[in-house]
Design a binder for this molecule. Sequence first.
Ligand code: GLA
Length: 392
Amino acid sequence: MKTPLQLLDGFKRHFGTAASIYRAPGRVNLIGEHTDYNDGFVLPAAIEFYCWVAAAPRRDRKLVIHSENFNETVEAGLDSLTPLGKKHWANYPLGVAWALGQKGESLTGANIYIVGEVPLGAGLSSSAAVEVAVGFALFNHSGHAVDRAELAQLCQKAENEFVGARVGIMDQFVSCYGRASHALLLDCRSLEHKFVRLPPDLQLVICNTMVRHELASGEYNVRRAECEEGVRSLRIFLPEIRALRDVTLSQLEAHRPNLSPKVFARCRHVISENARVKSSVDAFHRGDCKALGPLLQDSHRSLRDDYEVSCRELDLMVEIAIAQRGLIGARMTGGGFGGCTINLVESAAVSDFTRKVAAEYSSQTGLTPEIYVSPASEGAQQMALEENKPAR
Ligand code: GLA
């Protein structure tokens, strides 16, 4: 993990001046998967893996962005921002500047030095972390107080329209709003949110399968389109609905003959998952951790069978976890087709759990998984340099 002082050194070596430091976290989603773009509910937590940004304004209208991870520097004019090649890392920071410009923010040029700690391509939102950290810096340079809800929406716009991935709002929102020791219940329609305290005797254990299937981004957009098709078909009979969020399971059942089996299954996942988010929040509030296990397991099954976004390695990782002592619940987390599982584990059992899961997964797949134990963390912040802690 970098310290702000190391980051300042890196910036100074590269750009020769002092800078301000910002950081924004990645996230893990406890439950509520593929519900955000259906106006539904999600329950993510920010994690203690950050994207760090050192930034200083320039006098001209240029952005000069250096990525330490990719060891590459990119230059672009603020008045002519266009995406670089597909999947280029710089599209995320450039996209955020573009979205701020579209909104009419008067941006100044900036030198930006980026160091990402969120594992790349693991489904832990390394891209949202970059967007939010850079957006925070650019907002600050423009002299405006940072409005976090607006920042999250601008980062989503950058990813949707500049990068070209039709993601929902969950990742950017929790990267902006995360709170230590809490998960965040977000209503993705109204953006109303509440913090849900996580029990101190449970830990979030994130198991990385180390696989990421190439079809992930294409299939994500296909799932979105299938949900939209479901809404279009159901609206003929239920004109008041705007999104799957507005449909009950019994209404869906009643209209089963009007939907293809695939679209029916996709809708059933989203509608049942929204209900599971609410039940999970109730369980946290009641302190009834035992009730969380079946909810997480049902979520995984629904993602595997109805939404078809799991894969062999994720299923195996969950199966291995379920056999361990101290496991409260396990499921895939994030968009799917690889990446990570989230495991709620009793604190006292965590070290045994990680050791046994890693050994079993390796012996069955030949892959060495990475396992991260992370407390729920704070959202994006500017760092105060002298004391090495948040400035605001
Ligand atoms: C990705 C997207 C999110 C969300 C999840 C699935 O992480 O960025 O908006 O849709 O997949 O829950």
